[in-house]
Design a protein around this ligand. Structure first.
Ligand SMILES: C[S@@+](CC[C@H](N)C(=O)[O-])C[C@H]1O[C@@H](n2cnc3c(N)ncnc32)[C@H](O)[C@@H]1O
Length: 307
């Protein structure tokens, strides 16, 4: 699935470059790398006339080619820590801030390799950026069949919590993949905390034993724009749950003010022994045009609801 989706994104992106078509922000000189810089580091551009979000279809194609192999690899490492999930016959996935669905790529890859034995996947992705991900989601929907259903809900995660709480459907895998760092930048700390409160109430009331949550995000604390501190905040609000956390090897994000970087999960799994990107396309340079992120370097938490 990953390879097919990236090929489609690449083709679309290259066509748009040839024609210089559909650029939402030509003032950034048709350079999606520059646009992503504005999305990821709004503080570096205080003079910016626009507050940039994930807000352009071309950027979505570029982002998918740039980050998916790394993000998918990080999730595969995390999913491998979920012993009970591996023998689950039917996966029901709820993904908050799903974007290009790197969680679905990870599950598909693990099904292919026999690491997961599930027969069915029921995937529900929530994202507020409908137009941005429209093309990528259309491609992903092309993978639907009787064993795999894929639905998207285009709304703010905070607004959908009341609806989700009313659903009779409950997930057995919940994903927060690079959501909190983005929410912090674009919705703010207060709203992110309000969302966490609503989610925790839902989890404590409705979520069944043996459901897993994976949280994966930049290994930086809130003051540096990272999402990992919200993992601990969220975990602290969940009843009857076991928690493991850690970070990828060599993931310390060093800076002059923090020469030793930001350790994470020292009281748990600590530093993982590997950080290798699991996709050979990265080593072979297939996506080099997108300056792809090559090795895993996130902070990660895996939560399981106890019986
Ligand atoms: C950094 S991207 C991560 C996307 C995806 N999870 C991945 O693995 O690549 C963050 C995503 O969260 C979405 N997002 C951010 N804040 C949101 C909110 N309040 N409600 C719904 N989606 C949100 C953005 O539109 C974007 O697609």
């Amino acid at each position: 699935m990953l390879q097919t989706i990236l090929s489609k994104c690449d083709e679309r992106y290259q066509n748009s470059r040839r024609e210089f078509s559909d650029c939402s922000y030509p003032q950034y000189l048709y350079d999606c790398e520059a646009c992503l810089e504005h999305v990821h580091h709004p503080d570096r551009f205080p003079q910016d006339p626009f507050v940039r979000h994930y807000d352009c279809k071309n950027m979505a194609d570029y982002y998918t080619c740039k980050y998916s192999c790394k993000y998918t690899s990080e999730l595969i490492y995390g999913l491998r820590r979920m012993d009970k999930l591996r023998s689950e016959p039917a996966l029901r996935v709820l993904s908050f801030g799903c974007g290009p669905c790197t969680d679905l790529f990870a599950l598909d890859q693990m099904q292919e390799s026999g690491e997961l034995t599930c027969q069915t996947i029921d995937y529900r992705g929530i994202d507020c950026s409908k137009d941005t991900w429209e093309n990528v989601h259309k491609d992903i929907k092309g993978f639907e069949n009787e064993m795999c259903t894929i639905r998207f809900y285009y709304t703010d995660v905070i607004d959908i919590m009341a609806d989700i709480t009313r659903w009779t459907w409950t997930p057995n895998l919940i994903v927060f993949q690079y959501l909190f760092s983005d929410m912090l930048k674009h919705s703010g700390d207060q709203k992110t905390r309000a969302f966490i409160d609503r989610f925790a109430a839902y989890y404590n009331e409705k979520i069944l034993p043996d459901t897993y949550i994976i949280l994966n995000d930049t290994n930086l604390h809130i003051l540096a724009g990272g999402g990992r501190d919200y993992f601990d905040l969220l975990a602290g609000k969940l009843f009857s749950s076991s928690v493991r956390k850690g970070r990828f090897f060599n993931a310390h994000s060093q800076s002059a003010g923090n020469p030793r970087g930001y350790p994470y999960g020292e009281d748990s799994d600590g530093e993982f022994s590997q950080n290798k990107n699991l996709f050979t396309a990265i080593e072979s340079g297939q996506w080099d045009a997108y300056s792809p992120a090559t090795y895993c370097k996130s902070a990660q938490m895996v939560i399981r609801k106890e019986g």
